[in-house]
Design a protein around this ligand. Structure first.
Ligand code: IPE
Ligand code: IPE
Ligand code: MG
Length: 253
C-alpha cells in the first residue's frame, strides 16, 4: 500500500498531488540524522554525512522545478563546532567537494548558490569556494539555495544589532527608533521572505537555533526519516501537508 502511494507521488504525475498555486515561496530544512543513519548501517558517521550531501541534489532540483523561490539548508550550526575536529574537517571537505562537483549542474539549472551565516570562521578554501559559487550564479533566475554555514539564529540577531549600532554611530543610518523593516535589512536573509515551511527530519522536534527571527509564522513539518533517506517523495508529502494547513497569522477566518 505504502509503495503504491509512493509511486503515485514520485512518478511524472506527482504535480497533480501538489497545488501548484500554493507552493511555499521559502522552504527551510534542518538536514539532521546523518550520524544515526550511519550508525543504523554500522558505518562511520562520515559516511552518513557523505550520504547526506547526496540527498541534497534531488531536493534542490525538485524545489527549482516546482517554483520554490528560496531553499535554506541548515548544514553547519554555530554549535556544531563542539564536535570532534575530525568530524568538522570531514564536513568542511564535503562542502568543498559538493560545491566543486555540483556546480555545473546547479548553474545549468539556474540555481543561485548563496550562503548565510558567519563564513569568516570557516576554513579559507571553503570561504573562497562559497564566494566564487555565489559570484558566478548570483544573476541566475532559479531557486536561491541558501547554505546555512556557521549559522546561528542568535548570532545573526546579535550581528544585526551590532552592525546597526555601528551604522547609527557613524551616521550611515539615521534613526531614533528601530522598526522590523530596518532590523530585517541587517539580517543574513535581507530581502528574502520568511520561511513558509520548515522541515526537520530525524525525529527531533526542536529549532536548534535556526532562523529564530524568521520562523515567527512558519509551518513546521517533522518526520522520523533520517536526512540521507529524505527524497522527493518526502518533500512532496511535507508540501501537501503544508497546503492543508490554515495559516491564520493571528487573525480569524
Ligand atoms: C546533521 O546530522 C549534520 C550536521 C549537524 C552537520 P547529524 O550529524 O547531527 O546526525 P545525528 O543527529 O547525529 O544523527
Ligand atoms: C542541527 O542539527 C544543525 C544542522 C542540521 C546543521 P544538530 O544535530 O546539530 O542539532 P541538535 O544538537 O540535535 O539540536
Ligand atoms: Mg543531529
Amino acid at each position: 500500500m505504502f509503495n503504491i502511494f509512493k509511486k503515485k507521488l514520485v512518478n511524472n504525475e506527482e504535480h497533480i498531488e501538489l497545488d501548484m498555486n500554493n507552493i511555499p515561496k521559502h522552504i527551510a530544512i534542518i538536514m539532521d540524522g546523518n550520524g544515526r543513519w550511519a550508525k543504523k548501517k554500522n558505518l562511520p558517521r562520515t559516511m552518513g554525512h557523505k550520504a547526506g550531501v547526496e540527498a541534497i541534489r534531488s531536493i534542490v532540483k525538485e524545489c527549482n522545478r516546482i517554483g520554490v523561490k528560496y531553499l535554506t539548508l541548515y548544514a553547519f550550526s554555530t554549535e556544531n563546532w563542539k564536535r570532534p575536529k575530525e568530524e568538522i574537517d570531514t564536513l568542511m571537505k564535503l562542502l568543498i567537494q559538493y560545491l566543486k562537483n555540483e556546480f555545473n549542474e546547479l548553474h545549468e539549472n539556474g540555481v543561485v548558490i548563496n550562503h548565510i551565516g558567519d563564513i569568516k570562521k570557516l576554513p579559507v578554501p571553503c570561504q573562497e569556494e562559497l564566494k566564487s559559487a555565489y559570484e558566478r550564479t548570483k544573476n541566475n533566475q532559479g531557486v536561491v539555495m541558501n547554505l546555512a554555514l556557521n549559522y546561528g539564529g542568535r548570532d545573526e540577531i546579535m550581528d544585526a544589532i551590532n552592525k546597526l549600532i555601528k551604522d547609527i554611530k557613524s551616521n550611515k543610518t539615521s534613526t531614533n527608533t528601530i522598526d522590523e523593516k530596518l532590523f530585517e535589512s541587517y539580517l543574513y536573509t535581507k530581502g528574502m521572505p520568511d520561511p513558509d515551511l520548515i522541515i526537520r527530519p530525524s525525529g527531533e522536534q526542536r529549532i536548534s537555533n535556526f532562523l529564530l527571527w524568521q520562523c515567527a509564522y512558519s509551518e513546521f513539518w517533522y518526520s522520523d526519516i533520517y536526512w540521507p533517506d529524505f527524497n522527493v517523495y518526502h518533500l512532496h508529502k511535507a508540501i501537501i501537508d503544508y497546503q492543508k494547513r490554515d495559516r491564520r497569522f493571528g487573525g480569524i477566518k
